[in-house]
Design a protein around this ligand. Structure first.
Ligand code: NAD
Length: 307
């Protein structure tokens, strides 16, 4: 399996590191418009691979060298600076996607290629990449709220004193400030969250829930203020998504893909396997969550109309 990564800044490098450390693919090709940067990344990661798995890592000087890739990860573009929202990146990163997608399509097999979008604002970039590529929605997949859901699961796990692996809880909608925590369908193991709290006598009051939502929404801002950018969490998320596709795991992930009827991309629980994001599921939503999800979709649509 050959995978291409486009954009070798903080995020692309973290993605490449995560993939290298799991030996998920046998070949990775790295492209950045700054060729010096991608060459340095390929050299450094290539040396590191001698300590883990024998992954062939090369830098591409042109898009011709991504030929043979079955999955392309796009992590190129401007990132948020302290004080910026993801939406502030809209027009700059729309141009990055407009630059990259036609070149990717000219050098990969349109019948099989899967494109993973990481660039923000995520959902609008998924819609744009889908439009430009002409690929089926199932094969243009945004990491969506995978990372936000991981943040929620981690915070909940600490509050409930169980492993995050045993928490099934989703953040839905925009990968951005309007994302929605879906308390209504949250489970610990197979036990609905409210039942779990009742049985274990661990209270999770409305105030605590609002605080958790605030922490999930603000996680990226806090990390950006502290270390300039976020990369480890998203690196692990992309690796997890790739694993799910490459091994045809058919796990449920909160990825962002274009819905066939509305043509709008936002994160929903989705079955992901070798064919891509194959089935979008509708979880139980409280009336307030349903309303918030509609508001979130309207924000994505408005941003899409602005590019
Ligand atoms: P960065 O500035 O460190 O790196 C961006 C890289 O993209 C640079 O190396 C640059 O040369 C390259 N690039 C820009 N335009 C290009 C083009 N047209 N072709 C090829 N390469 C190009 O930024 P970063 O911190 O790595 O963030 C990258 C993107 O990932 C940002 O949009 C950021 O907001 C996003 N991000 C998404 C998530 C998520 O959960 N989806 C999480 C973190 C960051």
């Amino acid at each position: 399996m050959k995978v291409a990564i486009i954009g070798l800044g903080s995020v692309g490098s973290a993605v490449a590191t995560a993939i290298k450390n799991t030996g998920l693919v046998h070949e990775m090709v790295l492209f950045d418009r700054d060729a010096v940067r991608s060459q340095a990344a390929a050299a450094d990661l290539g040396h590191a691979a001698a300590f883990s798995f024998d992954v062939k890592i090369t830098a591409a000087n042109s898009y011709r060298e991504i030929r043979g890739s079955e999955i392309v990860v796009i992590a190129a573009g401007a990132n948020q600076k302290p004080g910026q929202t993801r939406t502030d990146l809209l027009s700059a990163n729309a141009n990055v996607i407009r630059d990259i997608i036609p070149r990717v399509m000219a050098n990969t097999d349109p019948k099989t290629i899967k494109i993973i979008i990481v660039t923000n604002p995520l959902d609008v970039m998924v819609m744009l990449a889908r439009d430009l590529s002409g690929l089926p929605s199932a094969r243009v997949i945004g990491t969506g709220t995978m990372l936000d859901s991981a943040r929620l699961r981690t915070i909940l796990a600490r509050a409930l004193d169980v492993s995050p692996m045993s928490i099934n809880a989703y953040v839905l909608g925009e990968h951005g400030d309007s994302s929605v925590v879906n308390w209504e369908s949250a489970c610990v193991g197979a036990i609905p969250l409210n039942d779990f709290c009742r049985t274990t006598k661990i209270p999770l009051s409305q105030t605590t829930r609002r605080t958790i939502e605030y922490r999930v929404h603000n996680a990226a801002y806090e990390i950006i203020n502290g270390r300039g950018a976020t990369w480890d969490g998203i690196g692990a998320a992309v690796n997890d998504l790739l694993r799910c596709i490459i091994n045809d795991e058919k796990r449920i992930l909160t990825v962002s893909t274009c819905a066939p009827k509305t043509n709008l991309a936002m994160s929903m629980p989705t079955i992901v396997g070798a064919a891509g994001a194959v089935r979008v599921l509708t979880p139980h939503l409280a009336p307030t969550e349903s309303k918030a999800l509609h508001a979130s979709s309207r924000i994505i649509k408005k941003n899409y109309n602005n590019i």
